[in-house]
Design a protein around this ligand. Structure first.
Ligand SMILES: O=C(O)c1ccccc1NCC(=O)[C@H](O)[C@H](O)COP(=O)(O)O
Length: 407
């Protein structure tokens, strides 16, 4: 194993009499399922706001270059940094658990971000362990950094206080079912989406509130609002603006949820439902998060893409809404027969027995597509591109269904 100059952590000084004990960092590393090939860059990255730690690290590293590997107790890491390291360790275990459930998306880069310091210089070293394998993994890794920063600004306790006076959520699943009964078509979840990694910018002139109002006028049961900024040009400001605009349709916060904190955040920003992606979240996370959703009055749309994910989700109690994505989020390939394939035979039977409402998602463009997924068993559809691209999104809905579904 590579020699390290940061080998000991100081325990939080207020916690106990053993507070000032040194914890062997090496020891904790030895318990990792997968040891990082170089740890300093990870520590250094997290220390970027802590100049004194950074300087002592750089000094330690310079002395290492001069005198050989530094001694185990040469420098200490602040309590905040120790916590970051702990979080990072947990992430490594998450990767292992996820892999055992067939999840290919790794929650964190196994060897840390591609940052490497040598002396006072910073390099970016790209290797298999710090380069995302596909776009979904890249989104998840970015989301991890983004959420960590947001959480620092708005800790959970603050969000919980904010929620004490929040208006009640609206019934997302109820709205889908009512639209299904009213129109005879699957209830429409219309997506407010400016851009996507697979399709680029879908609509240049993008006024989220205007689009949301047009969707509602056109007969949408619910709306899905992209909140990811980096990859979809969405925002929580869009979600809040739509919520405040008087639009009555319940709102799905279309995010990449990796941390329960995001559920509280979504609720605080006006969401009535959230997306949980089975390709990203291990079973325990889905169980835990669906429970929190219930506590918060949020509907959870649990999204699957293949048989294995569907079987995992069917093994979890209390799931009421399942989305089948016709888009493979790792390769961008779309195929609407995926919905039918996952609803056939025994699986379809179990879904009906459990009373789960199924949503057909992605790549739906024509009345024939809607009829196809309805025939397969969908009581709802989630549609973005085909309607958001239309100059008048309300007319886009009529075109999609081959009929005016507004009344
Ligand atoms: O659409 C993408 O490029 C994409 C990439 C990575 C993760 C998620 C992605 N899309 C989310 C969706 O699946 C769609 O926004 C949604 O189902 C609507 O699809 P569509 O009607 O085809 O716009």
């Amino acid at each position: 194993m590579e020699a390290m100059n940061v080998m000991s952590l100081r325990a939080p000084s207020s916690s106990s009499s053993s507070a000032n004990q040194r914890l062997s960092f090496q020891q904790s590393l030895n318990s990792f399922p997968q040891k990082p090939s170089f740890l300093r860059p990870v520590l250094r990255t997290h220390m970027s706001s802590n100049h004194s730690s950074l300087n002592s690290s750089v000094k330690a590293q310079q002395s290492e270059l001069k005198d050989g590997p530094a001694k185990a107790s040469e420098s200490t890491v602040s309590d905040g940094d120790a916590l970051k390291v702990k979080e990072w360790e947990v992430g490594m275990f998450q990767n292992e658990v996820a892999a055992s459930q067939g999840i290919r998306i790794r929650r964190r880069p196994p060897t840390g971000p591609p940052l490497h310091y040598v002396g006072p210089f910073e390099f970016r070293l790209q290797n298999e362990g710090n380069t995302p394998r596909n776009i979904l993994e890249e989104i998840v890794w970015n989301k991890h950094v983004e959420v960590s920063q947001l959480k620092e600004k708005k800790p959970l306790v603050m969000l919980k206080n904010q929620l004490e006076n929040a208006p009640p959520t609206r019934d997302f699943i109820g709205a889908i079912k009512a639209a299904n009964v009213r129109t005879g078509f699957p209830g429409l979840i219309a997506e407010v989406k400016k851009a996507s990694p697979s399709r680029g910018v879908l609509r240049q002139e993008f006024d989220p509130v205007q689009i949301a109002k047009a969707y509602e006028k056109g007969g949408a049961a619910c709306l899905s609002v992209l909140t990811d900024e980096k990859y979809f040009q969405g925002s929580f400001a869009n979600l809040e603006a739509i919520r405040r605009s008087g639009v009555q349709c319940p709102l799905l916060c279309k995010e990449f949820v990796i941390d329960a904190w995001q559920l509280y955040y979504a609720r605080a920003k006006g969401a009535d439902a959230v997306l949980l992606i089975a390709a990203v979240l291990p079973d325990l996370d889905i169980k835990y998060m669906t429970k929190i959703c219930k506590l918060l009055g949020l509907a959870a749309l649990v999204e699957v893409h293949d048989e294995r994910e569907m079987d995992r989700v069917l093994g979890i109690d209390g799931i009421e809404l399942v989305g089948i994505n016709n888009r493979d989020l790792e390769t961008f390939k779309v195929d609407i027969t995926n919905t039918k394939k996952l609803l056939e035979g025994e699986r379809g039977e179990r879904i009906r027995q459990k009373g789960i409402t199924v949503v057909g998602e992605s790549a739906l463009f024509t009345p024939a597509d809607i009829a196809y997924v309805q025939e397969a068993g969908c009581k709802a559809v989630l549609v973005g591109e085909s309607i958001v691209k239309q100059e008048d999104p309300a007319a886009g809905i009529t075109q999609l269904f081959g009929k005016d579904i507004s009344s």
